[in-house]
Design a protein around this ligand. Structure first.
Ligand code: MLT
Length: 256
C-alpha cells in the first residue's frame, strides 16, 4: 500500500484488525524484515510496517534527520487515522522509535526497543559512519552485504536468514543508505531522557549481538520507569529474524 507524505511516497503493509502496532525496520533493510511478525501479530493486532524514506519501495530517497523521520511517521499515522498505537523499532528503528515516543508521548501506548541504543554515537562510531558514507559514495550499495552481514547475524547463521537478509540489502539504494547513515551518525542522545518515557516499555537484546550489547540494552530498560528487559537466545543483532519464535512471544506477551 502507498501513503503520500510531504516527503514522498511511503510504501507499507497494513494487515490484521485490533490495536495498531507500528513496526520500524533496521538498516539497511526494509519492512520485509518483519514478515514473521506481520504473519503472527496480525491475528490479534493491526500490524503496520512501512519502508522508511528511501528504503524498499518508499520514494524518493532524500536526506532526513531522526526528528524529521518522527514527523514522517506521525504524518503517516494521521493519514491512517491512527491516534495511538504500540511502536516497535529494531536497531535503526529504535533510534527512531524512542525519540518518536518522547516527541509524541500521547500517540504511543507501548514501546518496544529491540537491539538498539538510547545514546548518540561516540566519536569513533561517528568516524566509522563517515567512512561508510564515503565508501557508499564511491562503490555503491553493493558493499553492504560484505560489511554488514557478519555483524548483523550470529556466528554460523541459518542459510535461509543469510539469504533473506542479502535479498533485503539488494533492495537498498546507495542514496537511501547514505542518508540513513548520516541520520544515525547525527542522531540525538536520548539516554538522559529515558525517565520521561511514560508508557510501558520492553527492551529486547540478542544473546549474540555484536552491534548493540546486552548490558547497554539492559541499561535502557533500567532507565525507563517500569521498563522490562528480555534476552532472546540464539540470535545476533536481528533477533526478530534469527529467533522469531522467542521474539514474537516476547512481543505478544508484552502488548496485551
Ligand atoms: C541497524 O541494524 O539498524 C544498524 O546496524 C544500526 C547501526 O548501524 O547502528
Amino acid at each position: 500500500m502507498k501513503a503520500r507524505l510531504k516527503s514522498g511516497t511511503l510504501n507499507y503493509v497494513d494487515k490484521g484488525n485490533g490495536p495498531p502496532v507500528l513496526l520500524i525496520h533496521a538498516f539497511p533493510l526494509n519492512h520485509t524484515m518483519w514478515q514473521s511478525q506481520v504473519a503472527v501479530l496480525s491475528s490479534r493486532f493491526r500490524v503496520i510496517a512501512p519502508d522508511i524514506r528511501g528504503f524498499g519501495e518508499s520514494l524518493p530517497a532524500s536526506p532526513w534527520t531522526i526528528d524529521e523521520m518522527c514527523d514522517d511517521l506521525a504524518e503517516f499515522l494521521d493519514q491512517l487515522n491512527i491516534k495511538t498505537c504500540a511502536v516497535a523499532g529494531l536497531s535503526m528503528g529504535g533510534y527512531i522509535g524512542l525519540p518518536f515516543c518522547l516527541k509524541y508521548p500521547d500517540r504511543v501506548l507501548q514501546i518496544i526497543l529491540a537491539n538498539t541504543r538510547a545514546r548518540a554515537d561516540n566519536e569513533t562510531e561517528k568516524a566509522a559512519r563517515t567512512e561508510m558514507i564515503a565508501a557508499l559514495e564511491q562503490h555503491g550499495a553493493g558493499i553492504l552485504p560484505d560489511r554488514m552481514l557478519p555483524r548483523l547475524l550470529q556466528p554460523n547463521p541459518s542459510p535461509e536468514v543469510v539469504h533473506l537478509v542479502r535479498d533485503l540489502m539488494a533492495n537498498t539504494s546507495a542514496s537511501a543508505a547514505i542518508y540513513a547513515v548520516m541520520a544515525m551518525r547525527d542522531r540525538p542522545d536520548c539516554s538522559s531522557r529515558l525517565h520521561r518515557v511514560s508508557c510501558p516499555a520492553l527492551v529486547v537484546a540478542g544473546e549474540n549481538d555484536v552491534i548493540t550489547n546486552t548490558d547497554e540494552c539492559r541499561s535502557i530498560a533500567e532507565g525507563i520507569p517500569g521498563g522490562r528487559f528480555v534476552l532472546i537466545s540464539k540470535a545476533g543483532h536481528l533477533t526478530n529474524l534469527e529467533n522469531p519464535q522467542e521474539f514474537n512471544r516476547a512481543i505478544t506477551d508484552f502488548i496485551v
